[in-house]
Design a protein around this ligand. Sequence first.
Ligand code: NAD
Length: 273
Amino acid sequence: MSGRFDGRVVLVTGGSSGIGQAIAVRLAREGARVAVNHVGPAESARETADLVEQAVRECVDAVRAAGSEALLVRADVSDAAQVAAMTARVVEHFGRLDALVNNAGIQVAADTEALDVADFDRVLGVNLRGAFLCAQQAVRHFLSAGGGAVLNVSSVHQVVPKPRFLGYSVSKGGMANLTTTLALEYAARGIRVNGLGPGATVTPINRSWVDDPVRRAAVERHIPMRRAGESGEMAAAAAFLLSDEAAYVTGQTLYVDGGLTLYPSFETTWSSE
Ligand code: NAD
């Protein structure tokens, strides 16, 4: 593997599991030193806390096994003060910051008429406000350092509505504008901002179906390529968008979704014939 990220420092939010962990490990394999943000188990049940701690340890071990250095930084991305402290700590520890991956995300399922307003706010707070807060801190640093890159891990639900997940859909729709607006605002100042739009991917966020063969088959039937994506496939696209090979790419969202954004119900002709 080439060292496309040799000497660079990348902060990955929500980096201790799933897509974020895969991105952290992939970038480490390509030479990056990685700051892995995790939210911490403070409000979790003990069992969940153990799982989080285990995932965090596994991620750090995997980055180190890739021959790189990992820094664990605990912060809730929806909290402005914690995000500022996290960014300062990363820059202080590594002496630089070259890229930010806004990956932290949550979802809450509920019929909209019954959706708890606090849950709507919580999802927007992590997925969209959190991405803004992290980008703002990173951009401040990039401006003084002469450039940098932001990758927003969005979703196919940036463009595909997701009924019963209103906060999630709205947050990812907002991410489209976060990506394009920041990209335009900072294009002339050496900062690139792109989005990654995963389709259904095998990660903990999808624990409701990934380990259940019947439910998984039901999900995969809807995907033109007839299979869910793997975190590593998301990480490969993320690495490209953050690398200098994408030096002329900004403001774009790359969907890595097995064709899920291609209007799958049109796969067979059902009209005009
Ligand atoms: P995941 O649950 O493994 O990852 C989400 C991460 O965000 C976790 O590590 C979690 O601890 C962290 N997080 C949650 N709240 C946080 C907070 N307040 N501060 C900091 N970190 C916080 O699931 P994943 O599938 O790897 O999701 C990663 C991203 O990919 C999310 O933004 C998600 O919306 C997006 N995505 C996932 C899929 C999929 O099918 N898995 C599809 C499209 C988009």
